[in-house]
Ligand binder design. Sequence first.
Ligand code: KPL
Length: 327
Amino acid sequence: MGRFTVIGAGALGTLFAVKLSEAGHEVEIVVRRAERRAEMEAAGLRLIDAVSGPEEKSARAVITAFPRVCLWDEMEAFGGEDGSGPHFILLAVKQTAITRELGLELGRRMGPSVWIVCLQNGIGHLETLAAHVPAERLLAAVTTEGAMISSAGEAVHTGSGTTWIGAAGNETVEFSEIVQKNLVYWLQLAGFSASMSKNISSRIWQKLLINAVINPLTTLLRVPNGELLCLPGAGELMRALYEEGVALARALDIRLEPDLWEQLQEVCRRTANNRSSMLQDMTAGRATEIDAITGGLLREAGRSGIALPTHLTVYRLIKAAEAGHRS
Ligand code: KPL
C-alpha cells in the first residue's frame, strides 16, 4: 500500500486524506495549529458523500478517518532514512501559501524516493518550488474533484471529477513508471478517477482560464457560480475574459480543447450552487488566489507584450476589494 503525506487540511486535502486512509494507505496529514491537531485526533477527519448519497443531507454517508496528524513545525524528513518505496507528498495548500520559505522547508525535508504532487489552482507555484526542490521530483496535478469545507475537520465531496498528473519538469522513464504504477494506481484504488497526462500544461491552462473567468466575476458580483449564466452583462464579461485568455494561450503555443467555452459553461451549471473558492476567501477576509490566477495570466501576457484589458480591470477590482476588506 502507498505512503502519503497530505499538507493542508482544506477541502481537497481532507478529501484525499480521508479516501486514501479509507482505502488502507498509510496517510499522515500536516496542519499548522496545535488546536487543529487536537481536534482531528479526537474526532477524526470526516467526509460527507454528496456525490452518490441521497438528496437529503441527513441521510448522506459519512466516512470518518483517523490519519496520523502532524504539526508543520514537527514534521520529520519525508521518505525516512531507508528510502523504501515511493512516498508522495500531496501539497494541498492554497497558492498564497506557496512561498520561497515553503520551498526551502520542503527541499530540506526531501528524503530519497519522495515526490511532491501540487494540487493548486493557477500558475507560478511550480517555478517557485522548483527553485528549492529537484524539478524531476515535482508533479503537477489538475483536479476537477469538487469539495468544500462544511465545518472544522469536515468536508463535503460535492462532485466527482478527474485528476490528471504530469511531470512539472522533464518526464523520465523512472517518472512514468513510478507515477503510473504507484500514484495513479493507488489513487484509483482509493476511488479516484486518476490518469497520467502527457500534456499537463494544457490541463493547467484550461483550468486556469476557467478559474480566471469564474472566480473573479463571482467574487465581484458576490454570486454562486450558476448565476453568472443568468445575470445581465455577465455573459459578455465572461466571453471577453475567455477570449483574451485563449488569445494569450495561442500566442504561447498552449493547446486548448476546442470546446473549452462549453466546458466553462458546464462548470457553472454543474457547480451552480457553489461559491467559488475566491468568493469564499474574500468573504472570510483571507487573501485570494488572484495573483496566481488573473495575475499569472497578466505576468505571462506582459512577457509576450500582449494586452489583456478585461483581466487587468478585474485584477485591479479584486485587489481593491481585498484591501477594502482588510482595512
Ligand atoms: O475551481 C473552482 C474554484 O472555485 O476555485 C471552480 C471551478 C470555479 C468551481 O467553483
